[in-house]
Design a protein around this ligand. Structure first.
Ligand code: FES
Length: 185
């Protein structure tokens, strides 16, 4: 009887040890996997200086209605324009069928902030910087922007209306972080 008890105890002991060894091996494998995955994930995350380059913060509080400013994002010029009610109405009354690159002003701005037109300042023909963002510059036949390189005219939603450019000025990704601040990128 005593030897049977010893035998059972021995078996249980053996099972417990094996369990421990298995658990230890699984845990070790788990730690190993995390240790391998983390450097990979970290390598894929952009560094802080790259992140800073990829987004631009703009204070728009000083841009009066009817004014525009030039800024830059990822080394490209960006126009930020505070449209007047007349410019908004002019953009909204154009039938989409008349547009080479049909888009409404609403599709090119944020809900409730249709007066803020934010586009790249890069002509979609061959990449010149159009005029119209700075005080006194010509704004073309449609009151938006004018590219002097080959005569492309953009309207008050920065949509191409005349000239060789095939597309509207590009709206970059952006969001309002407050009523007076925008982050591009
Ligand atoms: S680059 Fe603007 S019209 Fe050619």
């Amino acid at each position: 009887m005593a030897s049977e008890t010893n035998l059972n105890a021995g078996i249980e002991e053996g099972v417990r040890r094996r369990d421990f060894i298995n658990i230890a091996a699984v845990s070790f494998a788990g730690v190993g996997a995390v240790a391998v995955v983390l450097p990979l994930v970290n390598q894929m995350n952009p560094s802080a200086d790259v992140l800073a380059l990829s987004s631009t913060e703009i204070d728009i509080s000083a841009i009066e209605t009817g004014q525009a400013i030039k800024t830059s994002w990822r080394k490209q010029p960006v126009f930020v324009r505070n449209l007047t009610a007349t410019e908004i109405a002019a953009a909204n009354k154009v039938p989409l069928s008349e547009l080479r690159d049909p888009q409404t002003l609403a599709e090119r701005t944020k809900v409730g902030k249709e007066n803020w037109l934010i586009t790249l300042g890069v002509c979609t023909h061959l990449g010149c910087v159009p005029l119209g963002a700075a005080e006194g510059e010509p704004r073309g036949d449609f009151g938006g922007y004018f590219c002097p390189c080959h005569g492309s005219h953009y309207d008050t939603a920065a949509r191409i209306r005349k000239g060789p450019a095939p597309k509207n000025l590009v709206v970059p990704p952006y969001e309002f972080t407050s009523d007076t601040a925008v982050t591009i990128g």
